[in-house]
Ligand binder design. Structure first.
Ligand SMILES: Nc1nc2c(c(=O)[nH]1)N[C@H]1C(S)=C(S)[C@@H](COP(=O)(O)OP(=O)(O)OC[C@H]3O[C@@H](n4cnc5c(=O)[nH]c(N)nc54)[C@H](O)[C@@H]3O)O[C@H]1N2
Ligand SMILES: Nc1nc2c(c(=O)[nH]1)N[C@H]1C(S)=C(S)[C@@H](COP(=O)(O)OP(=O)(O)OC[C@H]3O[C@@H](n4cnc5c(=O)[nH]c(N)nc54)[C@H](O)[C@@H]3O)O[C@H]1N2
Ligand SMILES: [Mo]
Length: 763
């Protein structure tokens, strides 16, 4: 039966491991995408949906935030985009009978994969105090419960309002308006666990916490460094852009502890010739760096650039840029020069010759782009690492010039837009001033809680209501045991969701599930069908229109949920006309235009062509809205992870068959893993040293500086080509291993990519 959800939880009994692939996409990619789509949506719905992904009059892919070319291909989606759509547009449904059948305790025993496979949520549900099962509830009653709990708090700061990055600009803007009108800046989001480190480093050094390159820039570069990123799985359309750049002569260097398939070779499914043969080799150079070694690598590049300039003055650095636009060069140069080779080689695990060869390309590139993702952001020293990336770019004047710049590749499809709309626990004063002027309401000024601090506040009884606009908070966050216990202490948890997930099984004293529309569905309000907007990774804002009939008549849009919630909590006499705004999203966009810079003529421009680009001062005019008014070089302490003997440094990654905590399937095709997820990838030489056999069953035990240990039991060892001393395993299974207090300096992002572990024979 094509559309039936599994009734039993699959285990790892059939786990098999074969050779890893050195190429990505191509025919298997397309066939897998179609198979998954048809299994979830049926043939007709697949044919109705897939061709609309990322088209000008279609909907924005709920997969990643990679931008589209202006000239669209008829199949402007990838295998994993198709899976994301199938997951949402599935024909499977969860009805109230499902909740009558399965107690919350039972749902808590199920895997994330099984929960996701049950289908779309269709009915608002409540878990009453002391109840074992969710029961259906009317929307009015649901909002009544939330209003009662929120009004009963001693302070608005006892409530936490999380956002995942799929929420549209319109919903996000209205949501933060409500939360601030209620009186708090407690607006943590998935960005806190994702690109927060990029935002912190870029805001301080360049003045804007976003990327500075456009799609066209990729083709104009001489050299692109792809660092700490696995685009073959997580941003497959980026491979097409890299392939195109490469055909135009651009060189690509990959920096990664793992030889990720897509980076090595790529077969473009949009290009008929790309389907045959072995595809295009993408990376010209692969630096198999140790986990956490990137600060050292970029320091080495800086040091070598300075030395080359000393040897041939006036030929290496962009002196004019440095003198005119940058600040702090002398201090940075003094420090970079004194960094020693032994520490650089130890931290990177690379040879002097490898670094020299990579450096020569960096030196010779007139236009250099650095792309990165979670491999740089989820480390204790993530912020200084990204600052060192910026230092190298500034030496060559690679900001505000075509074909050059910073390219943090975002995760969720609207995570960048949500920030632009004010989903931020540390809002800028200028934003709050504009909000006050627009709505005539005082805005809370004290900074709020980010994700990790929100968990601490719940754990310590300082936060009592948890509201999530999407996402899967308990599965995405670190220290699963601590986090789940924290959620359970609250008076109320509310999840606005499309699909069932673990967070629904970890309730507060009371809990609500509020089912909502997804991207693929028609959003009809009083004034008619609505469009929403999103911002991609490169600052382009464009429209998204769903076409499918909603999964159930009871669903409300996220915007409608916010409006009705605001009315229930703040009363009918409130100065913000919530319902009027929700009746016609153009009215929300008018408000956004008046509050957020760069949205002039929003309603007109978003309906034209493929949308518009937001201003980016460093890119557009080499103006740097930083504390010094210039682009800042920074001086950063030399830092690399310390791994005691007999231990490994574990990074947690995504398989090819998952979207964060949503598990599409149990294969990781490119890495050769099938029908299971509890695997740990270890270098064969390390296995020899540790005296552990390939395929052995082990527990992963993390060791934290306070002497505590955390255990993830039952992982199969896979002998794999990763950097020496490093290991990799999938999240969220490994989140139990990350201590809540193990976070990045400054950005407070959990260190999901650097956990000291030992492997113990499974008991
Ligand atoms: N299909 C699919 N698409 C997605 C997602 C998904 O789960 N599935 N998630 C979305 C989201 S929210 C995000 S944030 C992005 C994530 O996109 P990625 O950042 O590509 O995702 P990860 O799987 O975390 O991969 C991290 C990469 O960094 C490497 N790495 C780890 N540590 C280091 C290090 O210290 N140095 C270097 N140089 N490399 C390192 C890893 O080997 C791996 O290749 O993808 C988005 N797109
Ligand atoms: N160990 C480890 N932990 C990590 C990471 C890591 O690399 N390693 N990565 C981190 C990163 S980069 C991120 S971004 C976070 C992700 O954290 P989250 O964004 O919180 O998690 P997701 O798994 O993306 O959320 C999936 C859920 O979102 C809901 N959903 C899907 N679409 C919609 C929608 O349109 N509207 C609404 N309201 N709900 C929707 C569905 O119910 C689905 O179950 O995880 C972080 N956690
Ligand atoms: Mo992310």
């Amino acid at each position: 039966m094509a559309r039936k959800a599994p009734t039993t939880d699959p285990g790892d009994e059939n786990l098999s491991v074969g050779p890893a692939k050195d190429w990505a996409a191509g025919i298997p990619g397309v066939t897998v995408a179609l198979r998954d789509a048809v299994r979830q949506m049926g043939v007709k719905r697949s044919a109705q949906t897939l061709p609309r992904i990322n088209q000008k009059r279609g909907f924005d892919c709920p997969g990643c935030a990679w931008p589209e070319e202006d000239k669209r291909h008829i199949a402007e989606f990838c295998e994993n985009g198709a899976k994301a759509v199938a997951e949402e547009a599935t024909l499977r449904r969860i009805t109230p009978e499902f909740f009558a059948e399965h107690s919350v305790a039972e749902l808590g025993e199920r895997s994330g994969y099984w929960l996701g496979q049950q289908g779309r949520l269709t009915t608002p549900m409540v878990l009453d105090e002391g109840a074992t099962h969710y029961r259906p509830v009317s929307w009015d009653e649901a909002f009544g419960v939330i209003a009662e709990e929120l009004r009963g708090l001693d302070s608005p700061d006892e409530a936490v309002f999380y956002t995942s990055g799929r929420t549209s600009n319109e919903a996000a803007f209205l949501y933060q308006t409500f939360v601030r009108a209620f009186g708090t800046n407690n607006l943590p989001d998935c960005s806190n666990m994702c690109h927060e480190s990029s935002g912190s480093a870029l805001t301080e050094t360049l003045g804007v916490g976003k990327g500075s390159v456009s799609l066209a820039d990729l083709g104009k570069a001489d050299l692109i460094l792809v660092v700490g990123q696995n685009p073959g799985t997580n941003h497959p359309r980026m491979l097409a852009a890299l392939e195109k750049a490469k055909r135009g002569g651009v060189k690509i260097t990959a920096v990664n502890p793992l030889p990720e398939a897509g980076l090595l070779r790529f077969k473009n499914p949009q290009n008929p010739s790309g389907l045959a043969g072995r595809g295009t080799p993408l990376a010209d150079r692969f630096l198999q760096i140790k986990v956490g070694g990137d600060l050292a690598l970029f320091r080495a590049f800086g040091k070598l650039l300075l030395e080359a300039e000393d040897a041939a003055p006036g030929t290496v650095l962009d002196r004019e840029f440095i003198d005119t636009y940058a600040h702090g060069f002398q201090d940075y140069a003094a420090q970079a020069r004194t960094t020693g080779w032994p520490e650089i080689l130890a931290a990177t695990g690379l040879s002097r010759a490898q670094i020299q060869a990579a450096f020569e390309e960096v030196r010779d590139a007139e236009r250099l782009i650095v792309c990165w993702a979670m491999g740089l952001t989820q480390h204790k020293h993530a912020v200084p690492t990204i600052r060192e990336v910026v230092n190298v770019l500034l030496l060559g004047g690679h900001v505000g010039r075509p074909g050059a710049g910073v390219c943090p590749v975002r995760g969720h499809s609207n995570v960048q837009g949500d920030r632009t709309m004010g989903i931020y626990e540390k809002p800028k004063a200028a934003f709050l001033d504009a909000m006050e002027a627009e709505f005539g309401l005082p805005m809370p000024r004290e900074h709020g809680l980010d994700t990790v601090d929100a968990i601490r506040a719940m754990r310590d009884g300082r936060a009592k209501v948890f509201f999530a606009m999407g996402g899967n908070f308990v599965a995405a966050t670190p220290d699963t045991g601590v986090t789940e216990a924290a959620l359970r202490t609250t008076a109320l948890t509310v999840q606005v969701s499309t699909k069932l997930n673990r967070s629904h099984a970890v309730p507060g004293r009371r809990a609500l599930i509020l089912p909502t529309l997804g991207r693929t569905e028609v959003d009809r309000q009083l004034s008619g069908e609505q469009l929403v907007t999103v911002e991609d990774s490169m600052g382009l804002v464009h429209a998204s229109r769903g076409r499918l009939a909603p999964a159930s008549e009871a669903l409300l849009s996220e915007v409608a949920i916010v409006a009705r919630l605001a009315r229930a909590v703040l009363g009918a006499e409130h100065p913000v006309p919530w319902e009027e705004l929700a009746a016609d999203y153009d009215r929300i966009r008018d408000r956004i235009e008046r509050v957020v810079p760069g949205f002039d003529d929003f309603n007109i421009r978003v309906r034209r062509g493929s949308g518009f680009a937001l201003p980016h001062a460093p890119r557009d005019s080499r103006t740097f809205p930083t504390a010094t008014g210039k682009a800042n070089f920074t001086v950063n302490a030399f830092e690399a992870p310390h791994v005691p003997p007999g231990r490994l440094l574990l990074q947690t990654v995504r398989s090819h068959d998952q979207y964060n905590t949503t598990i599409y399937g149990l294969d990781d095709r490119y890495r050769g893993v099938h029908a299971g997820r509890r695997v740990v990838f270890v270098n064969p030489e390390d296995l020899k040293t540790l005296g552990i056999e390939d395929a052995a069953l082990v527990d992963l035990v993390s060791e934290w500086t306070d002497g505590t240990e955390r255990r993830a039991p039952g992982f199969r060892v896979v002998s794999y080509d990763t950097a020496r001393g490093c290991a990799a395993a999938y999240f969220p299974e490994t989140n139990v291993l990350v201590p809540l207090d193990s976070t990045a300096d400054i950005s407070n992002t959990p260190t999901s990519k650097a956990i000291v572990v030992r492997l113990e024979a499974a008991g």
